[in-house]
Every structure is written in C-alpha cells, then in structure tokens.
Design a protein around this ligand. Structure first.
Ligand code: KG4
Ligand code: ZN
Length: 335
C-alpha cells in the first residue's frame, strides 16, 4: 500500500509518499520561514495562503521524484489537527479532493501521533512498548506507547511547550525567528557555569512540565546583567546557554523518572525540539546510565514534514481505518 501524506498544520508545507514494501519513496518540505521572519513569528493568514500556493506543486514534485502516477496512490493522509485551523483546512481540502478524484480513501491524521511514530521511519527502529517524549512548538508530552494507537499520556506541560519557551526566550534575546535553532546556535558560544536557571517542577513527584517561568527568569537575568556587562555578546550567549541547559536538564530528569517508573527500556524523542544537539547528547548519556536505548528521527523528520503524515496514515489505513465524509479538521485535538 502506497500513501501520499500532506502536512500543513503550521509554517511548513510537507508532502511525501510512503510505500509499505519500499519505505519512504519521496519527501519534500517547503519552509515558510522567509515569509514569517519579518513578523518575528507565524502569521496564520499568510501561512494558509502559502499552503494554497505550494501544496499541489509539491504533490506533483514528489510523484515525479517517486516515479509514480496518480493511479499508483492507494490512500491520502493529511494532518487534521492540532494546528492553525486555516492552514489545516488547506491540507484537508487538497487531500480529500485528491482522494476523491483518485477514488482512494482519505484519512485525517493527528499531528502529534505522526511525530510520535516518526522514529519508526529510521533504519534502527524501537520495538513496542516504549516511552515517547514529544517536544514541539505546541506540545510537550510524555507518553507511554504500547503500540500504534495505544497511547497513555504520563505528563504534559501545564503552560508553554518546550519549543514555545525556546521561541519566546529567543525573542527576548533579539534572535531571529525561528527561535529554537537560533537560540541553540547562540548557546554554543555560552559558558554553562556562569548562570544557573531553575529546573521547574523537578523537586516534586509527577511527570508534568512548566516552562513559562524560565522565560520570565531569562527576562529578569537579561535586565540585571546586560546593563553592567563588560562583554554584552558573551553575556547573551551565557544566558542562552543557561536557558538551554535548564530546559534540557528538566526534560532529562523527567524522562529518567518516566523510564524508571514505567520499567520501559526504550525511549524515543520526536518533535522539533528533538533536533536539539545538546538534548540528544544528554538523553543518550542518561539512557546509557539507565541501561536502555534512545531513538530519534533524523533532524529533517523531527520538525514538521509530510513523511510522518504519510507513515501514520499508512499505519491506520492498512489497519482498515476510514473516516466519514463529514470529518473536519480540529485546531485542538487531544491525542
Ligand atoms: O515539530 P515542530 O516542527 O512544529 C510543531 O509541531 O510545533 O516544532 C517546532 C519547534 C519550534 O518551537 C522550534 O523553535 C523548535 O521546534 N526547534 C528547536 C530546534 N529546532 C526546532 N528547539 C531547540 N533546538 C533546536 N535545534
Ligand atoms: Zn510538529
């Protein structure tokens, strides 16, 4: 079975084809960064309009790259939520129309489930069951995964998601959108010993997170340190580093706790923040200490892409799942 996947939940248009026998046949992502950069964040209306422009050309491109014709596709999966509703409607509209024209089933996929399954697209895949840490711009969740569709949320952020905290803190540091990678870049030059930021909610039991306080802590530190800094650039880098250390350390502490409490020996990371180099290093080290293994998607499959949507859709379509004609996308949608 061959499934076309369409991702349009935020600021990336992603289209891919996944084949049950041959794996990923083509995967193209168009990033809208240049459009949103001058506004310092995603402008929903501009995002929707650009998805309208880019989706069909990307469909044509991946079909050509995969050497396929329309009749070779057995199903169409599109992101049905959560995400920006206007952006979701574009992918849903194109996806369902193509499926109708090609006379194949269409299926709306949960964006976070797609992130969660993305590590299974890699060569070395984790066997079920495992613990998943989902860290994206909109969500931070620890999930116990018994199999496809068998998810139990163990903990989640009570306020900002980890990626959101990166993005908002990057703005405080006058860094360009998208904030996560810019902040990580600045932190590379920072001294980890100079400032110590709090590790929120780690001193009590439980697996929930809270990241909004770290952004306020950053603001206070900037206001206090920058006016008297001898080297302002170094101070900004040191603050970025302290912030990154605090987020990474908090995520590692909670993952260690989830692994110990659940007895699971495998951990996966997914979502945009799982592309963070320091986070990956620290998780590797922690799971070595725990005698387990950690799995990640390649960086291009950590951030939003069509491959994970095609793959999640393939998993569900081959299990015989279908959706009613009246199905509509949802901006908010619990997994
Ligand atoms: O999964 P994703 O592409 O979109 C959502 O589903 O939200 O995640 C985007 C988030 C953004 O907040 C971005 O700043 C963050 O992932 N991100 C990173 C890195 N790369 C992307 N955060 C920290 N370090 C990175 N290297
Ligand atoms: Zn995402």
């Amino acid at each position: 079975m061959r499934v076309l996947g369409i991702e349009t939940s935020c600021d990336e248009t992603g289209v891919a084809v996944y084949d049950g026998d041959r794996g990923l046949l083509a995967n193209a992502v168009y990033s809208q960064i240049a459009i949103h950069a001058e506004y310092g964040g995603v402008v929903p209306e501009l995002a929707s309009r650009d998805h309208v422009r880019k989706t069909l050309p990307l469909v044509r491109q991946v079909l050509a790259e995969a050497g396929l014709a329309a009749g070779d596709i057995d199903g169409v999966a599109y992101t049905a939520g959560p995400g920006l509703i206007g952006a979701l409607l574009v992918g849903a509209g194109f996806g369902r129309s193509l499926a109708w024209a090609w006379d194949v089933p269409a299926l709306g996929v949960h964006h976070m489930e797609a992130h969660l399954l993305a590590p299974l697209l890699e060569e070395s895949t984790p066997a079920f069951p495992f613990i998943a840490l989902l860290v994206s711009g909109g969500h931070t969740q620890l999930v116990d995964v018994a199999g496809v569709g068998r998810y139990r949320i163990l903990g989640e952020s009570l306020d900002d998601a980890a990626g959101e905290a990166f993005d908002k803190t990057a703005k405080l540091l006058d860094l360009p959108y998208p904030g996560g990678p810019s902040l990580a870049g600045l932190a590379e030059r920072g001294d980890p010993q100079r400032f110590r930021f709090p590790r929120p909610m780690t001193d009590r039991s439980g697996l929930d997170f809270s990241f909004s306080g770290l952004k306020t802590f950053t603001l206070h530190t900037l206001n206090e340190e920058l006016p008297r800094a001898a080297d302002r650039e170094q101070t900004r880098a040191d603050i970025a580093r302290a912030f990154e250390e605090a987020v990474v350390d908090t995520l590692v502490i909670k993952c260690r706790r989830a692994v110990r409490e659940s007895g699971r020996r495998r951990l996966i990371l997914a979502g945009g923040v799982s592309a963070n180099r320091r986070l990956r290093e620290r998780m590797d080290q922690m799971m070595r200490e725990e005698g387990g293994e950690v799995f990640y998607p390649r960086p291009g499959l950590c951030t939003d892409n069509g491959a994970m949507i095609a793959f999640a859709g393939w998993q569900r379509l081959r299990a015989g799942q279908c959706e009613p004609l009246a199905f509509s996308p949802r901006a908010r949608w619990p997994m």
